[in-house]
Design a binder for this molecule. Structure first.
Ligand SMILES: [Zn+2]
Length: 90
């Protein structure tokens, strides 16, 4: 089975937790998902056709190409969500 997938999603989630920690943003699920959504909206999608077991090598090559843009997008998104959290306030 083949599927179409936005590879940027993998890159964003691979770096999300580290950036959240670095920026000091809230790590709850709502904030993390908001950060991922904002970052992904600001990045050009990169769709790939994937088959199980074949993804890994291809991703490594692409990753170096996109890492800097992705990191900067997540950082901006994390800083925005830190200032404007949408989680429930107690
Ligand atoms: Zn939160």
């Amino acid at each position: 089975m083949l599927e179409i997938k936005n590879y940027m999603e993998d890159l964003v989630f691979a770096q999300l937790d580290e950036v959240v920690k670095d920026v000091g943003a809230c790590g709850c699920e709502k904030c993390r998902m908001d950060i991922a959504a904002i970052a992904l909206n600001s990045l050009k999608p990169h769709y790939v056709v994937t088959a199980k077991g074949r993804l890994y090598t291809k991703l490594n090559t692409l990753q170096q190409q996109f890492d800097v843009d992705v990191l900067s997008a997540i950082t901006k998104a994390a800083m925005f969500v830190k200032m404007n959290p949408r989680h429930e306030q107690n």
